[in-house]
Write a protein that binds this ligand. Structure first.
Ligand SMILES: NC(=O)c1ccc[n+]([C@@H]2O[C@H](COP(=O)([O-])OP(=O)(O)OC[C@H]3O[C@@H](n4cnc5c(N)ncnc54)[C@H](OP(=O)(O)O)[C@@H]3O)[C@@H](O)[C@H]2O)c1
Length: 235
């Protein structure tokens, strides 16, 4: 991996990904809205910035050219297909062999085998309804974006984040195939570690065509899982 594009580089997750990518010695191209270029001031002399909306096909075509990896923050802003437009542009224009890693939340399901608590489903429904009412966010568009990604033969990974918190890194999150698996029960990940997982996924071919649901490695459910695995190994 030599050169990566980060689509949505100026957001919280995006800036952590920029730092992790630079730490690995990658050349970085960041895409962000014009009004957010200043949010990348700390990196301005170390990355190339392509300003523009992330669903602008020409912006994406320019930014992903020559990149071996593309990290995309999928956010369903507005009600005009922002997330699905972004995903489509990345799928259409990234180099044929590029690794494509997308972010979303646990609410996205690929095979319908995820098991959600009633509370989680209620929160997604209520927040989704209110956000759509005010035309701020349309979660259905993130679902549509992911449907397109899942149908693509490209070398993609969709990383599904738990609830997020700020704080120092606790190391690479652990992951599982399905929400509802006991290891994920704590439902919390440090945002910097969500970004770490995204960047690590670029070079982990075992994650191609996977939808890992992640959780912080120091959370109680992740620790309990490690303890149970160690007990099983000593029997
Ligand atoms: N927040 C959570 O608790 C949570 C939980 C699970 C998963 N996730 C996933 O994590 C990812 C990012 O989450 P985050 O909370 O860390 O947010 P974030 O990093 O702040 O990212 C927000 C992104 O949305 C852009 N944005 C903001 N307002 C916009 C608008 N009106 N139009 C277009 N773009 C706009 C931001 O760009 P600017 O810099 O230009 O504003 C930024 O790139 C998403 O994929 C989300 O599904 C989040």
């Amino acid at each position: 991996m030599k050169k990566v594009c980060i689509v949505g580089a100026s957001g919280k997750l995006g800036r952590y990904m920029v730092q992790h990518a630079l730490d690995r010695g990658y050349a970085v191209v960041g895409v962000c809205r014009e009004q957010s270029v200043d949010k990348l001031a700390d990196f301005a002399d170390r990355i190339k910035i392509v300003p523009g909306p992330t669903n602008d096909r020409e912006v994406i075509r320019t930014a992903v050219s020559g990149c071996d990896g593309v990290l995309t923050v999928l956010v369903p802003w507005g009600v005009h297909g922002y997330a699905s437009g972004t995903a489509r542009a990345v799928l259409d224009y990234a180099d044929p062999e590029a690794r494509l890693v997308f972010s979303c939340g646990w609410h996205i399901t690929r095979d319908g085998q995820d098991v959600y608590s009633r509370w989680f489903l209620m929160m997604v429904a209520v927040i989704g309804w209110i956000a759509r009412l005010f035309r701020a966010v349309d979660l259905r568009d993130q679902v549509e974006a992911c449907r397109r990604i899942f149908a693509s033969p490209r070398r993609w990974t969709v990383v599904r984040g738990s609830d997020l918190e700020e704080g120092e890194s606790e190391g690479l999150p652990v992951w599982s195939h399905h929400v509802g698996d006991p290891v994920l029960a704590s439902n919390m990940t440090r945002r910097t570690d969500f970004a770490l997982f995204m960047v690590e996924a670029l070079t982990d071919d075992a994650l191609i065509h996977e939808t890992p649901a992640i959780v912080g490695r120091m959370t109680s459910s992740a620790r309990a899982h490690r303890g149970a695995a160690a007990d099983a190994a000593t029997i």
